[in-house]
Design a protein around this ligand. Sequence first.
Ligand code: SAM
Length: 272
Amino acid sequence: MRFDILTIFPDFFTSVFSHGVLRRAIAQGQVSVACHDLRDFTHDRHRTVDDRPFGGGEGMVLKPEPITEALESLGLAAKGSRDPQPEAVVLLSAQGMKFTQRVARDLARMERLVLICGRYEGVDERVNELHCDLELSIGDYVLSGGELGAAVIVDATMRLLPGVLGNEASSAFESFGPTHEELHGQFSQEAGAPPLSMHGAGGLLDYPHYTRPAEFRGLAVPDVLAGGNHDQIRRWRRERALEKTLRNRPDLLEAAELSDEDRRFLRQLQKG
Ligand code: SAM
């Protein structure tokens, strides 16, 4: 998958893409990321990318010409005249639709994603009208630029690409994971087999994880995890995932995939 990022601060991304899973995915050629400096698409001595807002008011606005020229240099025509391709042009914006794991899963099906980073008061709206397939916000707060949002979208999307994480189950069975229907029976679980980590699946938050030492500062790892009974471990993890979701993100329970046993457990928790 290819990511193109349009920004006035291309150096911002140097360290972002030099670590961990993303660095490895780039080195192995599963992902390529190119950052394009919008100032390279200006034609004046000062390399001007912004101007004052029509109608008055605070701050400056990113001009449409450098962004349009940058998109054209990447072979991207205005959206009405683009050939249908598995690609999307995304404007980072606090006014956008919220970026979630479900959106990341949709974006991971694309071959190419172009991310436009705003600055100042934002981007001339005609860029959105002419070129953008999606306007995405990474959360209900205002950042000073779209670069952090672009980095978040690249990271969350690329780790869902087949082969990027060593183990496909890692991204299927984690917080905000897909439902079993969405997984199309990809990971079956035989009774008595060692537990796949599928207990946060179906839209819940993940369960808590523990490693060695077995006791740390007076806190012991729950006995069930050392016991080796896979069915008990599976149930314990599922209950902790339900508990955590109820406590921290009860909104997720409305759309989560719940069994009768899950519902009974939640009713008990709610009764206290
Ligand atoms: N005037 C804008 C508003 O009130 O919605 C805020 C502009 S913000 C200071 C500058 C740029 O940061 C935006 O154009 C956008 O690219 C980026 N940005 C700010 N908040 C964001 C968010 N929550 N998600 C994604 N991008 C964001």
